[in-house]
Design a binder for this molecule. Sequence first.
Ligand SMILES: Nc1ncnc2c1ncn2[C@@H]1O[C@H](COP(=O)(O)OP(=O)(O)OP(=O)(O)O)[C@@H](O)[C@H]1O
Length: 279
Amino acid sequence: MTRETEESGGPHGKTSRSDDAVLLKVQGLVRDFDSLRALDGADLEVHSDTITGLIGPNGAGKTTLFNVVTGFHLAQGGRVTLNGQDITNLPPHRIFRHGLCRTFQIPREHQSLSVLENLMLVPIGQQGEGLFNAWLRPGAVRRQELANRKKALEVLEFVDLSHVRDEYARNLSGGQKKLLELARTLMTDPTLVLLDEPGAGVNPTLMHRLTDNIRYLNRERGITFLVIEHDMDMIMSLCDPVVVMSEGRQLMTGSPEEVRRDPRVLEAYLGGQYATVEG
Ligand SMILES: Nc1ncnc2c1ncn2[C@@H]1O[C@H](COP(=O)(O)OP(=O)(O)OP(=O)(O)O)[C@@H](O)[C@H]1O
């Protein structure tokens, strides 16, 4: 999934919120793939301090929305703002600097590096990046490397991957790779984290750890999450509000209970992978 060259140009009761708490605002996003309209005027709001769920049948446009919001695909119409700042069609590294991080449906670890090295590679403005710094400010570079290492070790401790820190990332289980994806986002002190199917392929024990970690980071560190997930139990217990997408646009948003009871949601899922959204 690459940015095209054309660029050169849970915890319930949180559903109603005031406009000034809007952290991410997506308005009328359009994205075509040849003759297929993947996003067809998609709207979405993520309010600060929420864990917002994003659900919908296969092909509804959820991942495409993530890709456009994070700059991996270009929008052909519409607008994305983060904290009131227009970030529409900025390149991914600039969006990342605004404090918006994401994970991928299929983890993108550096397979032949260790788990610890994977974290230390996350670009957080390393002083050593430029020749100028490496030659003329070796002390500053070294200090930053040490700080990065300390932070990486803390993050690994938090996600309970310390015991595999020297293991090649390719040797991790599917669930551990999801934890490593989350860990990589935490190296950057993000404001908003977009998680694409964090629960897919994760065993129940690691799933509990993952959801506990997300809740803790939301509550104690004030990180806002937008979570795509097909596991309805996870969505219903972790997220509020829940946004439902269908056919490239928003169908509704509401509390988990409102979503569960809405006949339009059932209808959107009928004929798809799920006959019901009962959790
Ligand atoms: N790079 C691409 N090239 C062509 N078509 C694409 C591309 N990415 C997505 N699509 C199409 O856009 C539509 C929306 O796909 P998307 O992956 O965003 O849906 P989704 O809601 O995330 O689905 P799922 O839950 O199955 O992951 C689908 O029809 C998909 O085949």
